[in-house]
Design a protein. Structure first.
Length: 120
């Protein structure tokens, strides 16, 4: 399931989505998004935020490959290892992405890492 909201007045783009790959995690089972993998194009080094809720989002890491990312960097392509994501245990675990003008960012793909609380 994929839901998108586009608010043209403030040039904000919000996307809440579940993994496209079927993991067969029951909807009512408690789970937590713990990692996110992003494939980005024409992306400012702080051009996108991510997390489970729009009020608790993280920015992209300020360090890549052990070195600080220079301010104002824009990657033509960004495909780095999965990043730890802020999140809580809940039955409705959704990934939220936020990209805001003037920082550019095109999302080419997203991988969501889930941890589930298995029923005993």
């Amino acid at each position: 399931m994929r839901q998108k909201w586009l608010n043209c007045k403030s040039y904000n783009y919000h996307e809440a989505s579940e993994s496209v790959t079927r993991t067969h995690v029951p909807l009512t089972q408690r789970k937590r998004i713990d990692h996110v993998g992003l494939v980005l194009y024409d992306a400012n080094y702080q051009g996108i935020q991510f997390g489970q809720r729009l009020d608790t989002l993280d920015n992209l890491p300020l360090y890549e490959a052990g070195a600080a990312t220079p301010a104002g960097t824009t990657w033509s392509e960004y495909d780095e290892p999965m990043i730890e994501a802020p999140g809580n245990w809940q039955t409705d675990a959704r990934l939220c992405l936020l990209a805001q003008a003037p920082n550019p960012c095109t999302v080419g793909g997203v991988v969501v890492g889930l941890t589930t609380n298995e029923k005993s």
